[in-house]
Design a protein around this ligand. Sequence first.
Ligand code: HEM
Length: 210
Amino acid sequence: MSHSRSSRSLLNGWPLLGLLSVVLVVMTLAIVAAHRFDVDGVRMAIRATARTSFVLFALAFSASALLALWPGAWTRWQRRNRRQLGLAFAVSHGLHGLAILAFARLDPAGFMAATSLASYLTGGIAYLFIAAMAATSFDRTAAWLGPRGWRVLHGVGGYYLVITFLISNGKRIGISPYYGLPVAILAVVLLLRLLAWRRKAALRPATARS
Ligand code: HEM
C-alpha cells in the first residue's frame, strides 16, 4: 500500500475513530501531566475536552445538511464518517466526564462552587443520551433499534445536546466574548439544517408530500 493510500485510510472509517481517540487521550493526559496532576490541570482538561467535543459534535450534526447544500469532496468525507465523528465526540465527552470526576475528588469545595444541582441533572441527562446514541451507532445495534427508533433517539438526543452546548457556552459569554463563537456556529448549523430540510421537502414528489 502506498503512503498516500494508507494515510487516506487512516482518515476514514474505524481507523479515523482510532486516530481521533488516541489524539484525545494523549491531549488530556498531556494537559494533566504538564500540571503535575493538580486541580488546575484537571480543570484545563475539562475545558479542552468540552471544546474538542463541541467541534466533533458540530461536524457530525451538520454532516447531512452540508452534503445536501454543497456536495463536494469535504462534505462527502464528513457525511461518510459521520458515525465515527459522533463516536469520537462520545470518547471526548467520556474524557470530560473522567476529568469532572477527578475535579470532584481533588477539590470537592471548588467542584461544588463550579456546579449546581440543575447542572448535574441536565448534564446527567445529556450523558444518558450520549451513551444511548453511541451504543446505537453500530450496524447491529442500529438494526436492533430499527430505523424509526434510531431517527427518534438521534434526533431528540442531537437537539438536546445542541441546547446543552448553547447553555454551557452561552452562560460563559460574560467571562469571555469568545464563548459566543460556538453559540454562533450552532445557530448557523441549525439554519443550514433548516435550509437542507426545506430543499429536500421541495424536491420530494408532490404525491409524497400530501
Ligand atoms: C453532569 C455532567 C457535567 C458536569 C458535572 C460538568 C462540569 C463542568 C465543569 C465543572 C466545567 C468548568 C470547568 C472549569 O472551568 O474549570 C465544565 C465546562 C464545560 N462543559 Fe461540562 N459538565 C457536564 C456535562 C457537560 C455536557 C453534557 C456538555 C455538553 C454537551 C458540557 C459542556 C461544557 C462546556 C461547553 C464547558 C465550557 C468549557 C470551556 O470553558 O470552554 N458539559 N463542565
